[in-house]
Design a protein around this ligand. Structure first.
Ligand SMILES: [Fe+2]
Length: 167
């Protein structure tokens, strides 16, 4: 049986059409968001919302690069997000009440300095850990990245990544 989440993940990977970096990024952030959510003991409903947001968090990048002037900056991604996130969730038959919650996480996942819900915190940590593995941060940027982290598991996994980068 194919559940909503499997349907969503499959359609997001098909949408990326084999783009190596973005396809692998989706899979990695999805796996880490699931782990961090379970470690934090969130509810099954919150877990579903977090995992859907992890699958879709960067979904606007491809559209932004292929339309208009190719600007895929964070503001442009926010503008485009609803027109992609909503139909992706509807096609995967997510509960309508989940859709605005997933969309908000997608839109705000780069707002490191703003107020953060528990789910936004978990999504940011998952994304930042994967980003650090994909592109090792400069020494000067590390304190700002560390400052975002609040969960025990997230801090631990980030420190392992940074420790390996330093060796
Ligand atoms: Fe990302």
């Amino acid at each position: 049986m194919i559940n909503n989440e499997t349907h969503l993940l499959y359609s997001a990977l098909c949408y990326e059409a084999g783009h190596g970096r973005r396809t692998q990024h989706i899979l990695k952030v999805y796996a880490l968001a699931k782990l961090l959510g379970e470690q934090a003991g969130i509810s099954p409903e919150e877990q579903q919302i977090l995992q859907a947001a992890a699958i879709l968090h960067d979904i606007a990048i491809k559209y932004c690069k292929e339309h208009g002037d190719g600007d895929a900056g964070q503001e442009k991604q926010k503008q485009v997000a609803p027109q992609l996130v909503i139909p992706f969730l509807q096609n995967a038959e997510y509960l309508p009440s989940y859709i605005p919650k997933v969309l908000e996480l997608v839109e705000r996942h780069h707002d490191y300095d703003g107020p953060k819900s528990k789910l936004l915190q978990l999504l940011m940590e998952a994304d930042l850990i994967v980003n650090c593995y994909e592109s090792r941060p400069n020494h000067e940027k590390i304190p700002a990245i560390q400052a975002v982290f609040q969960t025990h598991a997230g801090k631990e996994l980030l420190s392992l990544c940074l420790k390996d980068a330093a060796e």
